[in-house]
Design a protein around this ligand. Structure first.
Ligand code: 5AD
Ligand code: SF4
Length: 467
């Protein structure tokens, strides 16, 4: 019988992508995916970016331990694997604090999971010392991507594709440069090959991923440098690609040619996640973000010149060490000026080993109160943005069925979720297609619409062959 595999993913889109690749690797080897935590192999793909994610890992490990112990009563085994950024950062500490964990493997070595699982199984059969977890958290010379050339086993409409990993920016609050390592870009040909495989499997949208995706820098087979914008143009040429998106960008890497790509590539969607973190130059400097508020706003202006309807999203951190009330007020003012279509905001969380962790910390209550105030502003602008689409007809790429019968769910070019009710038997045909939808209601987190008749067309750009 096939062994069962359950994967739990915390954190960012990069982790969601990594989990997909881990599942793919193991299903090819005969493991079957299970929705139940009580499985033969349980993999935690972890996040270390804020303290809460780490706490959640240990509390979930405690729950799975009970299942592992219970299995023993029935002579059944369970292998527990901790992968991802917490594995990298905490390493041995995990094996110490949770001795029932069998394997700890960092984000750069997860391609080794199959052989390490086989080793654990072999050791069990030969009854060599049980209870000694294995630790693999190096940064190998050969990229894991070189060992992951299997065709993507993809089902769906929107496909993630990791093109770049790691970070050299060293923002002073952030653990990513330590857990994910130095910036690395996958070779152009590999990316295009994976993109083609995904499109062949039915993907209509490609989401290019990287911690610093717009720092992508690679070479083509002739050895010529390839920038991120060139990669976008190449992806847009691929057959069957309806939509392109990318995340997460750093403002410093928003080059002129990348901004121009937003004007010239019809498939590139008018939505950009461009984290600002703070609206105060003092805090930006303390964070080592390497841009000023003025530079950030000038990038937003240029993007709007290139693509007038572009929607901007962001990440904010409140309560970074040394943030004064005045600094925080500037963040609120920036949020009001930019009018974000969507945004994530976090209380600063001290991460051991980062420079900001050594500074005088802001009391929790102050951070909490500031976060609350900023979130009010961000919620308001998100709702205003969504409500502004009421009465507008937009091209929606349909991705899946909704919870209720006859409901289909898709995305606008601006990344808004849209629900439409259909006659039951029509919904299957619609998934994977772009349809004109008249928006009837705009809510905080979603839109509701109806299929528009063909004459109505108010979407501002490129209503060409893609619609
Ligand atoms: N505390 C709070 N938020 C953080 N982020 C990164 N590090 C921290 C931290 N130490 C946020 C940033 C980043 C997002 C992915 O997580 O806003 O853009
Ligand atoms: Fe972290 Fe800054 Fe790198 Fe983003 S750019 S991953 S916030 S260090």
């Amino acid at each position: 019988m096939y062994k069962t595999l359950h994967v739990i993913t915390y954190g960012c889109q990069m982790n969601v992508y990594d989990s997909q690749r881990i599942q793919e690797m193991l299903t090819i080897l005969g493991y079957s995916l299970s929705q139940e935590m009580d499985a033969d192999i349980v993999i935690f793909n972890t996040c270390q970016i804020r303290e809460k994610a780490e706490e959640k890992l240990f509390s979930d490990l405690g729950r799975v331990r009970i299942l592992k112990d219970r299995r023993k009563e029935f002579n059944k085994e369970m292998i527990i694997v901790v992968a991802g950024c917490s594995a990298q950062a905490l390493g041995k500490h995990i094996l110490k604090r949770a001795a029932y964990v069998d394997l700890v493997v960092g984000p750069q070595t997860y391609d080794k999971i199959p052989e390490l699982l086989a080793k654990i199984e072999r050791d069990r059969v030969s009854e060599t010392k049980p209870g000694q977890g294995i630790l693999r958290t190096g940064f190998p010379k050969i990229s894991k991507f070189d060992n992951l050339k299997t065709p993507r086993n993809f089902h769906g409409v929107s496909a993630m594709l990791s093109i770049q990993e790691g970070c050299n920016k060293f923002c002073s609050y952030c653990v990513v440069p330590y857990t994910r390592g130095a910036e690395y870009s996958r070779p152009l040909e590999d990316v295009l090959q994976e993109a083609k495989a995904l499109l062949k499997k039915g993907a209509k949208e490609l989401v290019l991923l990287g911690q610093n995706v717009n720092a992508y820098q690679s070479k083509n087979f002739l050895g010529k440098n390839v920038t991120f914008s060139e990669l976008l143009y190449r992806c847009a040429e691929l057959e069957g690609v309806f939509r392109l998106r990318y995340m997460t960008s750093h403002p410093r890497e928003m080059t002129h040619d990348l901004i121009r790509a937003h004007k010239e590539i019809p498939q590139l969607m008018p939505f950009l996640h461009l984290p600002v973190q703070s609206g105060s130059n003092n805090v930006l400097q303390a964070m080592n973000r390497q841009y000023t508020v003025q530079e950030y706003e000038s990038i937003v202006e240029k993007l709007k010149e290139a693509r007038s309807d572009i929607a901007i999203s962001s990440d904010f951190i409140v309560g970074h060490p040394e943030e004064t009330e005045e600094d925080f007020e500037k963040t609120c003012q920036l949020a009001i000026r930019v009018q974000y279509a969507q945004a994530y905001s976090f209380m600063y969380s001290s991460r051991p080993g980062t420079p900001s962790a050594l500074k005088q910390q802001i009391p929790f209550e102050i951070k909490k109160e500031r976060l609350h105030r900023l979130q009010e502003i961000l919620r308001h602008s998100q709702k205003t943005f969504n409500m502004s689409k009421k009465g507008v007809t937009l091209p929606v790429l349909f991705e899946k069925k909704g919870k209720h019968s006859g409901q289909v769910l898709g995305k606008t070019p601006y990344m808004q979720s849209v629900y439409v009710h259909t006659k039951n038997n029509v919904s299957d045909v619609i998934i994977g297609t772009i349809q004109e939808v008249e928006i009837l209601e705009g809510h905080l987190n979603s839109l509701m619409g109806t299929f528009a008749n063909n004459e109505k067309q108010t979407y501002p750009h490129f209503n060409s062959h893609l619609l």
